[in-house]
Design a protein around this ligand. Structure first.
Ligand code: BGP
Length: 501
């Protein structure tokens, strides 16, 4: 732990390296933070909530992957079951966010609180009531809720009985869920997103990502070809479901702003060789078709050609294509954590199937204790690329540093490394808005309160301004306390981004 901590402190002290801006953001800029229901609510089986795919995932670590079990097995540690018990602490937690001056708070609606199994005709009133109360609590402090409909928490019943989004029926179930939420919260929520990080699935042979994103559990013996075929089918159905939801949402309230949510990471060639450059382009095409379809309402040529060339035959009807065109998004929400570097030494552009095989270490960048590369300038590049490609308002709905925190004897937490990380990223974001004219709606850093990591299930991989007393083994009092970054971020918001010191 100590060795990790030392390397990591060196890694983040970049205050002198980057040129701080201190620009102010446009009026109405949505400063705040982001979380997801399954990572903080807990109360996994209370008030009629059903089991989601996140409820069958055990705790892992930086080196040990989470296990997806066949149902809940007694004696295993499922960190999402209790998480930080936001379900019973939300009033105090929202109050702390208000103290920082949040203008917006991004969370998701747990699908299984509203439709416990996913295929019911009628929603669960107790679940709907919880979010009524939560959104009221936000509005009490002038905090705008920003809501993701599906954030890695597909009902487990839909996973087991239907094969997740490989089944067209899932479109109807998702749309039913979306319609119920839009109607119920039409006067409480203006900003929506349909599927969290829908493009993660471009890593089609990552069993964990496919389970969380699309509710697909791969069977033993499936080849990469089978898995990729399943991904194209599921991705298509999700895009159709999203487009239908956008159409319905706009009918229910024309003032709704409904966006997509992608995991965006600018891709760089390791060298200037044409092969590396082409590989970077191919890599991006294979990821960006999700957002291209969301925004343009049609498939890019490169992906149509790839599907054809590989003999995949996804069920895509003419009617689907019309729906995609009619349900394009209002804005592009995205998470930014790191850039990606690729090398054709590892794989040639025309052989690219498994995207992970192309990835190389960027020798110019430092890494977090979980191996995530730290690249603040990459955020400015991301904002420029997305603006140039989509001509839509952009919304940073995740960014942040997962790190170990140390509680001092007096209870204080000196998380300078987190402040440095955020300061450098905010500074680059401000340059993009001020110097590059990027139309940016807001900045919602990830895990504004410590929560369960999606990737590892850990509590000790912390992102928060607010510390929660709980560790990876699930021990702790759940007491909340303010880290140094809490007071720093409060100043940033108060000065509308000018004071980054
Ligand atoms: C994004 C997810 C979040 C969140 C974040 C950090 O991919 O949308 O749910 O968890 O990454 O990842 P992790 O929790 O694995 O550190």
């Amino acid at each position: 732990f100590l060795i990790c901590r030392m390397s990591f402190e060196n890694a983040y002290f970049r205050k002198d390296v980057l040129n701080m801006t201190g620009y102010t953001m446009p009026k109405g800029f949505l400063w705040g933070g982001a979380v997801a229901a399954h990572q903080l609510e807990g109360a996994w089986d209370e008030d009629g909530k059903g089991m989601s795919v996140a409820d069958v995932m055990t705790v892992g670590s930086a080196t040990k992957p989470r296990e997806i079990t066949d149902g809940v097995i007694p004696g295993k540690n499922y960190p999402n079951h209790e998480a930080i018990d936001f379900y019973h602490h939300y009033k105090g937690d929202i109050k702390l966010m208000a103290e920082m001056g949040f203008k917006a708070f991004r969370t998701s609606i747990a699908w299984t609180r509203i439709f416990p199994k996913g295929d019911e005709e009628e929603p669960n009133e107790a679940g709907l009531k919880f979010y009524d109360d939560l959104f009221d609590e936000c509005h009490k402090y002038g905090i705008e809720p920003v809501i993701t409909l599906s954030h890695f928490e597909i009902p487990y019943h839909l996973v087991k009985e239907y094969g997740g989004f490989t089944n067209r029926k899932l479109i109807d179930y998702f749309v039913r869920f979306a319609r119920v939420c839009f109607k119920r919260y039409k006067n409480k929520v203006k900003y929506w997103m349909t599927f969290n990080e829908i493009d993660n699935q471009s890593a089609f042979n990552n069993d964990f990502l496919m389970a969380t994103n699309s509710g697909i559990l791969f069977k033993d013996g499936m080849t990469d070809h089978d898995k990729e075929a399943a991904m194209y089918q599921a991705g298509h159905y999700e895009l159709v479901a999203s487009a239908l939801a956008v159409k319905i949402g706009h009918k229910i309230n024309p003032n709704f702003q409904i966006g997509c949510m992608i995991n965006y990471s600018p891709v760089r060639p390791l060298t200037p060789s044409s092969d590396d450059v082409l590989l970077a382009d191919k890599w991006e095409q294979r990821r960006d078709w999700f957002s291209d379809v969301h925004v343009f309402g049609e498939y890019p040529n490169a992906v149509e050609a790839y599907i054809e060339r590989n003999g995949y035959r996804p069920d895509i009807t003419d009617e689907d294509r019309i729906v995609l065109k009619e349900g394009t998004v209002d804005y592009v929400g995205f998470s930014y954590y790191q850039t990606t570097t690729v090398s054709s030494e590892k794989i040639k552009p025309d052989d690219l199937t498994d995207l992970a095989k192309a990835v190389a270490k960027n020798p110019t960048l430092m890494r977090s204790d979980w191996g995530w590369e730290i690249d603040p300038e990459g955020l400015r590049i991301a904002l420029n690329q997305l603006q140039d490609r989509y001509h839509k308002p952009l919304f940073i709905v995740e960014n942040g540093l997962g790190a170990y925190d140390k509680v001092e004897a007096d209870g204080s937490i000196h998380d300078d490394y987190r402040i440095d990380y955020l300061r450098n990223h905010i500074s680059e974001m401000e340059k993009a808005v001020e110097l590059d004219g990027v139309n940016l709606m807001g900045y919602l850093p990830w895990g504004c309160i410590d929560l369960v990591s999606a990737g590892t299930g850990q509590m000790d991989k912390r992102y928060g301004f607010i510390y929660v007393d709980k560790n990876d083994a699930g021990e702790g009092t759940l007491t909340r306390s303010r880290k140094d970054s809490f007071f720093w971020y409060k100043k940033v918001i108060e000065s509308n981004g000018q004071d980054l010191d």
